[in-house]
Every structure is written in C-alpha cells, then in structure tokens.
Design a protein around this ligand. Structure first.
Ligand code: UD1
Length: 418
C-alpha cells in the first residue's frame, strides 16, 4: 500500500495543467450503455475510478478500449444485466448503470453500494425516480432488481433532496422512456450539464439543460456518443488551495473558471489575489497575511462539499477563527482528527467545524480516510514543519491524476513510497 512523504519546500510556484473530471466521465461511461455501437469519450483522466467503471461495464458485455486520454465503449453486445457487489462496493458511482440498463433492457440487477468512509449514503432517490418512471424495484440479497414492462414511462418527478447521482441516473433512464419526463429540483452541477450535453449528442431530446427543471422527451433509440470531458473543477480547486496554504503563486490552466465561482469568491475573501482568463486562474498569496472565513457547502453554484476538507487545511494556516459547515454531508469530517495530529486546532459541533487557525503545523504520520481528506492532508503537509507521512494514499489515486508529479512541478516535496 503506497504512502506519501510530504515536507515543506516553501511557497509553490509555477503552472499546472488540469485533467478531465472523473465525476463527469463516470456517468457518461454509463450513458454509453444506452446505445448499440461505439461511443467515444475524450479528455479522460488516468484514474482508478475510470478503471473500476470500465470493469463494471465489461461485466455486462461492453468492450472498452483505452488509448492515451480516450475511451471507446462498444455497447453492442451487452448480455449480462448485472453490476456485482465486488465492484460496486469499491465505487458508488457504479450505481449509474442502473438507469441505463433498465431503460434499455427492461431489467437489471445492481448491487447496493453500502455506506462510505464518513457514513451512510442512501440511494433511495435513484430508486424512487425509477419507480416514478414505471420500474418495479425489489431489493433482495443486497441487490436492487429493477424491471419494467416494455419501455419506462415518462412522468413528473421532483427530487425531495438534491442529488447529483440521482439526477444523473434518472436523466439517463428518461432518455429512452415513452413520452416526456419532467425532473424537478434537479441539480445543475457542471457534471450534470456535461452529461445532458453528451446525451443530446447521442440524440436525446432534453430541454432546460443548466436549469433545475429538466424536461426529457423520450426517444426509442440513441446513437453512439462522441465528446470530450470537462476539466476537473475539484482538482483545479485543490491546486489553488495548495498555492494558498503555501502562500505561493500558481497558475492553474486547462480549467473552466466559470465553474469555480463560489471557490474563487472564498479565496478573494480570505485575501488571495485572483487573476483569470478564459481557461486559467492564477492565485497569488505570496507574502500575504490571509484572513479567516466562514464556509457553508451547498449544491452548485454554492461552495462544493468536495472542497471543504482542502479549505479547512488552508483555514488552519490562517490566524483567527474560521468555520466550515457541510450541509450536503453533515458528518464528512474524518479529516479533522488527522489535521489535529498535524497541530491544527479544530472542534466539531454537529455539521460545523470551528477552526482556530494560525498555530504552527508540524509533520506527523497520518492516515487518509477518503479522497478529498487525502488531498487536505497533503496540503497541510506542505505547510507543516518536518515530514508528514500519509498512508492509504489509494484514496487519493481514485481522483487525482499524477498528483505528486504535478505538485513537484510547482516545487513541492512529495514522494510516493510503497
Ligand atoms: C456526487 C459526487 C461526490 C460529491 C457529491 C455531492 C460523483 C461520482 N460523486 O456524489 O463527489 O461529494 O455528489 O456534491 O459525482 N442522498 C439521499 N438519497 C439518495 C442520494 C443522495 O438521501 O438516493 C443524499 C446524500 O446522502 C447526500 C445528498 O443527498 O446527503 C447529496 O448526495 P449526492 O448528490 O447524491 O452525491 P453523489 O451523487 O453520491
């Protein structure tokens, strides 16, 4: 099992190029199952989650070729309508195959994903949405069995809680349903918009893309898709946070600044200087004394929950009292006790972490508990005196392509050890 050895090497400086967004590729890979033929997805990052999703699709009979940063998915011979527990338990996004499979074949069997590192993560909204489209759902032996008589039937469904995964799953299913489906209280995350655009390229008829009400006019058949993945806004945000915590100056390129409104606002509020162009953002914190902040995570365009751990590390380096409240996952705070091992002063009260920042961080052995928590620990290690050993870095490998290589280009001291 790999670990990272991280030590401070002063302010990070230079420029770093962002990869494609794993959270945008994952649903698009599932969407490729809706057609018969070969779909192409470009700007795909080399990440463990991509390989897991490819394995899930292969189990069903899809043939997948990977080259450079492209995937081709041939879904002409899907013959096994099941996603097994062994794969789904390692990555919840495997559940994305549920909607496309039942929409196209009228039945499928997909393992329930179970919880995650920071608590239970239900899939009830995915199931309720499919039931609204006429699927019969039965849960047995840890598997969801979905069947429908003929095609799914268009309907109006309002998500009682906003969910990225459920919006994506029901949107995909609705493309092949008979009649029109109205999805209210859908999410407008860039990854959802990217999925809707990819589906449109496949021939789906979707109105309201980029709004909270998606209207899907079902079609009988979709064509293979072809499109490039949007840049990873969380990877981009993490490198900006690395610049902030080391009081460096980093230009993040190949990204979409328009996807980062709340995060850039937060960096400006704490005193970082932000410049931006069409596809880049530069964060300058050189020699600056930054101010504390109060952050609340919200669905897009609010502050992303996937950036709260990294920002918490930054706030721990800033003198004064800050807070981070997570309204999406009220218990997503596994990183707190590890940041405390590095000297951060953080107390937890329900869904809010209170950070008394400014006490010096000092390197220590710590353990990564999930993907974004791992990134937060790396950032804290870059600002700590001495060496920080972060074990269980496989969490980080799920979502950051060549993280240590990209950080090294900026002057960071990060070494991978087995
Ligand atoms: C996706 C992202 C993840 C991000 C999260 C929130 C992917 C692969 N993952 O996860 O990185 O942190 O969005 O932005 O894109 N909920 C229910 N019932 C459901 C589904 C969700 O109660 O059926 C709740 C969840 O417990 C959570 C909230 O809804 O409190 C939002 O979760 P959701 O948006 O579904 O997250 P994911 O799609 O799993």
């Amino acid at each position: 099992m790999d670990s990272f050895l991280v030590s401070s090497n002063g302010p990070l400086k230079g420029s770093v190029k962002i990869s494609g967004a794993k959270n945008a590729v994952l649903p698009v890979m599932a969407a490729a199952m809706l057609t018969d033929g070969v779909s192409r997805i470009g700007n795909v990052p080399h990440l463990k989650d991509m390989r897991t999703m490819a394995d899930v699709l292969r189990v069903t009979g899809c043939r997948i070729k990977e080259s450079e940063n492209e995937l081709s998915i041939d879904s002409s011979d899907i013959n096994h309508l099941e996603a097994p527990y062994e794969l789904v338990k390692t990555m919840r996004a495997s559940f994305y195959v549920l909607g496309p499979l039942v929409a196209k074949f009228g039945r499928c069997r997909v393992s329930l994903p179970g919880g995650c590192a920071w608590g239970p993560r239900p899939v009830d909204l995915h199931l309720k949405g499919l039931e609204a489209l006429g699927a019969k759902i039965n849960i047995t032996h840890g598997y969801v069995e979905a069947i429908c008589d003929g095609r799914l039937k268009g309907n109006t469904f309002s998500f009682p809680i906003s969910s990225v995964g459920a919006t994506a799953n029901i949107l995909m299913a609705a493309t092949l349903a008979e009649g029109s489906t109205v999805l209210q209280n859908s999410l407008i995350e860039p990854e959802i918009t990217a999925l809707a655009e990819y589906l449109t390229d496949m021939g789906a008829k979707i109105d309201g893309i980029g709004t909270r009400t998606l209207i899907v006019h079902g079609v009988e058949k979709l064509n293979p898709g072809n499109g490039d993945t949007i840049a990873d806004r969380i990877e981009a945000g993490t490198f900006l946070a690395a610049a902030a915590i080391t009081r460096g100056k980093v230009k993040v390129t190949n990204m979409v600044p328009a996807h980062q409104g709340a995060l850039l606002e937060c960096f400006k509020n704490i005193g970082c200087k932000i410049s931006q162009g069409d596809d880049w953002v530069e964060l300058d914190a050189e020699g600056m004394s930054l101010s504390p902040a109060h952050i609340t995570t919200l669905p897009y365009p609010g502050f992303p929950t996937d950036m709260q751990a990294q920002l918490m590390a930054v706030l721990a380096s800033i003198k004064g009292t800050s807070s981070v409240r997570d309204t999406i996952y009220s218990d997503r705070f596994k990183h707190v006790s590890e940041l405390e091992r590095l000297g951060a002063d953080i107390s937890l009260k329900e869904d809010t972490a209170i950070i008394t920042g400014g006490s010096p961080l000092s390197g220590a052995p710590v353990m990564a508990s999930d993907l974004r928590a791992s990134a937060a620990l790396v950032l804290a290690g870059l600002a700590a005196s001495g060496q920080t050993k972060i074990s269980r870095i496989y969490h980080l490998d799920r979502g950051y392509e060549n993280f240590e290589g990209k950080l090294a280009l900026l002057g960071a001291n990060v070494e991978r050890v087995s």
